[in-house]
Design a protein around this ligand. Structure first.
Ligand SMILES: Cc1ncc(C[n+]2csc(CCOP(=O)(O)OP(=O)(O)O)c2C)c(N)n1
Length: 288
């Protein structure tokens, strides 16, 4: 397999279908990181399982490919151990809102200083297009042959409800918007969450490029939209149908997990001497 690299971007063969929205996301991610002047050895990508979970294989940087739905607790541990790293967790909507939904809630509450990018194609793509928690009501898939009977999970409303520090949505085909949103998310001190709308050209025949093109609009184009107004952001997060907003819905600065843990508050764990941790005392307790 031939491989060429420039900055964060690697040009190599992927397992994705031609036209997959993942290409837009990995391209924008690479440009966003290059634009921030970050070095690949200072960035860690943590992913779960799925087509989206393969993204770290197609970008330069450190990689931790974990279990389905477990990118967030793994990324949290990595960030606590080495706060110098820029940590980006990522995965599909199935990975994040089904298998990993519990971790999603608690990472927001804890305000872990990482960025979480969800490749939201609204189906379980790798396993051939079953309905995910965000699939539209009535959608026919392999697991919902009579139409999806479940109410869709609203990740933005959930993140705003939990006072998420940076809650945004972007679209894989709006390259500049996605680059800027990723950069703003990484620059935010605390947990930044970006749900990226992403067509799945093989298994989602409903939410297509054409469908999104007719609906997506940018909140930033509205002069009086105020991303610090929690109630307005929450209400806007329910807009879905004829019009679909993208942009930063909600922003607030809160103490981060690092700030709240006395051991990591001033110095990263990797920079600390083991003597501080009194490991021998702990071990000795097991030999009484
Ligand atoms: C605990 C667990 N449940 C189910 C699976 C099977 N599985 C692997 S990938 C996948 C779907 C991934 O869908 P999504 O996270 O939306 O990502 P996409 O492939 O659409 O990018 C499933 C169900 C698994 N590997 N582990």
């Amino acid at each position: 397999m031939s491989e060429r690299a420039k900055g964060f971007t690697i040009s190599k063969e992927t397992a994705w279908c031609p036209g997959c929205g993942n290409f837009g996301i990995v391209g924008a991610l690479g440009e966003a990181l290059d634009g921030l002047g970050l070095a690949p050895n200072k960035v860690l990508f943590v992913s779960g399982i799925g087509q989206a979970g393969k993204t770290p294989h197609y970008i330069r940087g450190n990689v931790l490919n974990t279990l389905h739905g477990r990118s967030l607790p793994t990324a949290t541990g990595a960030k606590l151990a080495n706060s110098q790293l820029t940590v980006i967790a990522m995965g599909g909507d199935g990975d994040g809102y089904a298998e990993g939904a519990n971790h999603f809630l608690h990472a927001i509450r804890k305000n872990v200083n990482i960025t979480y990018i969800v490749h939201d194609n609204r189906v379980f793509g790798l396993t051939k297009g079953q309905a995910s928690p965000v699939s539209d009501g009535g959608m026919v898939t392999g697991t919902t042959p009579s139409g999806n009977m479940n109410e869709a999970f609203n990740p933005l409303a959930m993140a705003i409800t939990l006072n998420g520090g940076f809650v945004a949505r972007s679209y894989s085909a709006s390259k500049e918007h996605l680059i800027q949103t990723i950069q703003a998310g990484i620059n935010h001190p605390g947990f930044s969450f970006i749900d990226v709308l992403q067509p799945c050209v093989t298994f989602n025949k409903l939410n297509t490029y054409q469908w999104y093109r007719a609906r997506v609009y940018d909140l930033a184009d509205e002069k009086d939209y105020d991303p610090t107004n929690k109630t307005a952001a929450w209400e806007r997060s329910f807009e879905w149908g004829e019009q679909i907003p993208i942009g930063v819905f909600y922003k607030v600065e809160r103490k981060t997990l690092d700030d709240n843990i006395s051991v990591t508050k001033n110095e990263s764990l990797v920079d600390q001497s083991c003597d501080n941790l009194a490991i021998q005392q702990v071990i000795d307790q097991f030999y009484v």
